[in-house]
Design a protein around this ligand. Structure first.
Ligand code: ZN
Ligand code: ZN
Length: 229
């Protein structure tokens, strides 16, 4: 796949990366919609503003994707392609490291002037719907995207692990913005689920901005004393 992309003109790359980002967004929203349907939850329509910001987020993410590809092509980002235990190891490493980095980033934003200036935009939605995952202030999208690129620049990850991580990132993002909890309490109590960031975990953050700054897990919140179940 990367070889195919390397042979493309830069115009083609922009088109491919935009299409890829939009496709992931549509599939993610479709997944969220299906979960809500399955749980018989009435689905709120997105406002025009939410749709507009969602598209803008996709455009910014396309720039981040292009930047990541450029850095890989020029040898700044190194990936390995072996089908081995490294896939699982790298995935878990990425999952935990990005969760910690985003926890710190998110916590710092809430405790600074940046909250009012930037992040409050996302917190406009106390009762989120799936599209709100993509409703972020443009500077916040740039911030998260840059954090992701820095992580790829710092470490040499397995390509398949990166791919699985990106899927997991969207999955957790949609789950956090369902506005309902589809996973029964009996399952949420069991390991490893009791350490994961469930729908109610991030929903709780939208209801009370002083708790639950993590995204994929609740371990950092438990460790730093900001956890609320
Ligand atoms: Zn949110
Ligand atoms: Zn927040």
């Amino acid at each position: 796949m990367l070889r195919f992309l390397s042979a493309q003109s830069s115009f083609n790359l922009w088109v491919i990366f935009l299409a890829e980002n939009l496709l992931v967004t549509v599939l993610a929203l479709l997944f969220g919609w299906l979960v809500l349907q399955f749980n018989r939850k009435p689905i709120k329509a997105a406002s025009r503003k939410e749709v507009f910001i969602c598209i803008l987020t996709n455009v910014i993410n396309t720039v981040i994707t292009y930047a990541g590809f450029w850095l890989w092509k020029h040898g700044y980002i190194l990936l390995s392609y072996t089908l081995s235990w490294r896939i699982l190891f790298d995935f878990v490493t990425l999952f935990i490291l990005m969760d910690l980095a985003m926890f710190l980033f998110h916590y710092a934003i809430h405790r600074s002037v940046l909250y009012k200036a930037i992040h409050r935009f996302h917190h406009h939605y106390a009762d989120p719907i799936p599209i709100d995952l993509f409703v972020l202030h443009p500077l916040e999208t740039v911030g998260f995207g840059s954090l992701w690129l820095v992580m790829l620049l710092l470490f040499n990850f397995n390509f398949y692990a990166v791919f699985i991580y990106l899927m997991a990132n969207v999955f957790f993002g949609i789950m956090g913005h369902l506005g309902i909890e589809p996973i029964p309490q009996s399952i949420r109590k069991v390991t490893p689920f009791k350490y994961l960031g469930t729908s109610s975990f991030h929903h709780q953050h939208h209801l009370n901005i002083n708790h639950n700054f993590g995204f994929y897990t609740n371990i950092w919140d438990k460790l730093f004393g900001t956890y609320k179940g």
